[in-house]
Design a protein around this ligand. Structure first.
Ligand code: GTP
Length: 243
C-alpha cells in the first residue's frame, strides 16, 4: 500500500462491491441504463489511476433469495435465482464498461459458458495484471451466502488490498442514519467493532469476519456521489475506512 503522488492510487488491486440496488438508479426495479453508464464512468475514472479493479455486484434489484423464500419458493432455489440476477447485472455492467473503452472479463461462479468464463482464480488474476476489469458474477455459487460474503471471498482469493463497498450512505454510522436522528459517523472503525456492534449492519457478519480474520480493509462510501470512487482509490478521505 504505497502512496506516491496525489494522482497515484493508494492500492494496487481493489474489489468493488456494488449492491443490486445501485443498478436501479432512480428506478424501483431492474436496471437503469443511464445509471449503469454513470457507474461505468466512475469505475473507469478510478481504473485510470492505475489500480486493478475486480467487481462483485449483488442482485437485489432483480431478485432477492431471502425475499423469494418468504414468498414460498424453496430457499435454495430462490438463492440460485438471486445468483442468476447477479449475472444479469454483471452482464449489464460489462457492456457499459466496454462501451467506454475498458476491457473486462465476466467470470461466473458456476458455468454458463455461452455467456461468460468460469471463475478461475489464476485466470482472474492474470486478467487483472493485463489491465482488464474482472466482474465476478454468481456470488460464490452456493446458496445461503450473501454477495457481501462472496465479495470478501473473491477479494481474498485474488489478493485484493481492500474492499470498496459502494452504497447509498456516505459511510458507517453508529445507528442506521435512514431510521434514526442524532447519528454519529465514523471516519475509521475497526473490523472488530463492526463485527461486535449489532447496530452496524454495513456488511453481514460472515463477510466482516472473513475480512477481520484475513486483515483486509473495507472502505464504505457513497457511490451516488460523482468522483467518490476515484478519491477513495487515491486514498483521500471519503466515507468510512474499516480496518
Ligand atoms: P489471454 O489468455 O490473456 O489472451 O485472455 P483472453 O481472455 O483474451 O483469452 P481468451 O481467448 O481465453 O478469451 C477471449 C474472449 O473469450 C474473452 O472475451 C473471454 O471472456 C471469452 N471467453 C473465454 N472463455 C470463455 C468461456 O468459457 N465462455 C465464454 N462465454 N466466453 C469465454
Amino acid at each position: 500500500m504505497a502512496s506516491k503522488t496525489k494522482s497515484s492510487p493508494k492500492y494496487k488491486r481493489i474489489l468493488l462491491k456494488l449492491s443490486g440496488e445501485a443498478m436501479m438508479g432512480k428506478e424501483n426495479f431492474g436496471i437503469d441504463p443511464d445509471f449503469i453508464f454513470y457507474l461505468a464512468e466512475e469505475i473507469k475514472s478510478a481504473y485510470k489511476t492505475g489500480v486493478e479493479v475486480a467487481i462483485v455486484v449483488g442482485g437485489g434489484n432483480i431478485f432477492r433469495g431471502v425475499a423469494g423464500s418468504k414468498q414460498g419458493i424453496d430457499r435454495t432455489t430462490a438463492d440460485y435465482m438471486g445468483m442468476l440476477a447477479t449475472i444479469f447485472n454483471g452482464m449489464a455492467l460489462q457492456d457499459a464498461i466496454e462501451r467506454i473503452g475498458v476491457a473486462t472479463r465476466l467470470q461466473t461462479a458456476f458455468e454458463i459458458k455461452e455467456i461468460a468464463e468460469p471463475f478461475i482464480r489464476k485466470r482472474a488474476i492474470r486478467h487483472l495484471e493485463k489491465g482488464r476489469i474482472v466482474i465476478a458474477g454468481g456470488g460464490t455459487g452456493l446458496p445461503f451466502i450473501t454477495t457481501d460474503t462472496a465479495a470478501a471471498m473473491r477479494a481474498l482469493e485474488i489478493n485484493c488490498e481492500a474492499i470498496f463497498k459502494g452504497t447509498g450512505v456516505d459511510g458507517v454510522y453508529d445507528k442506521d442514519p435512514r431510521k434514526n436522528n442524532n447519528v454519529k459517523k465514523f471516519d475509521t472503525l475497526s473490523l472488530e467493532e463492526a463485527f461486535r456492534c449489532d447496530d452496524i449492519n454495513i456488511m453481514d457478519n460472515s463477510a466482516i469476519d472473513l475480512c477481520r480474520a484475513n486483515k483486509i480493509n473495507v472502505v464504505v462510501f457513497d457511490i451516488y456521489k460523482k468522483g467518490n470512487l476515484k478519491k477513495a482509490v487515491l486514498g483521500q478521505k471519503v466515507g468510512t475506512l474499516i480496518k
